[in-house]
Design a protein around this ligand. Structure first.
Ligand code: CUA
Length: 143
């Protein structure tokens, strides 16, 4: 009889917590917090042309995609990459290129890329970030 009461108490406490969690998540519209640094450039992450061979690329990683996920630049371009994440830590690796960054929520990682040879450069997330991790891909088309 004593055990039954303990189980009932534990069960109802669990239900209260669960209810509180669901209440917060749905009725108050609380989501996974968005952690992109406060900078207008990251509101609509995209490729911006500086001059004929220089670009700035603002790129945001999130479960489970990159924005933008397809980037086109002419051969011979220099691209300043500013990378951040909306949710968890993601990886940013350009296949066959010495580029290996982490996309960290709340932080910006910066590097400069040079694309001399035309081709398709694939971007992969190389940090496990959830069930969609293996589908987190992008590409850079150098023409
Ligand atoms: Cu993003 Cu793995």
């Amino acid at each position: 009889k004593y055990e039954a009461r303990i189980i009932l108490l534990a069960g109802s406490t669990l239900c209260i917590f669960l209810f509180a969690l669901l209440y917060n998540a749905f009725s108050r519209k609380i989501d996974v917090p968005s952690c992109v640094p406060f900078n207008k450039s990251f509101e609509h992450p995209s490729l911006k042309q500086v001059d004929d061979k220089t670009y700035e690329l603002y790129l945001v990683a999130q479960m489970w995609s990159f924005t933008p996920d397809e980037i086109k630049v002419p051969a011979g371009s220099t691209v300043d990459l500013y990378l951040s994440s909306k949710d968890v830590v993601h990886g940013f690796n350009i296949v066959d290129k010495a580029v290996n960054l982490m996309a960290v929520p709340g932080a910006i990682n910066k590097t400069t890329l040079h694309f001399d040879k035309p081709g398709v450069y694939r971007i992969v997330c190389h940090e496990y970030c959830g069930v969609g991790h293996q589908n987190m891909l992008g590409k850079i088309l150098v023409q």
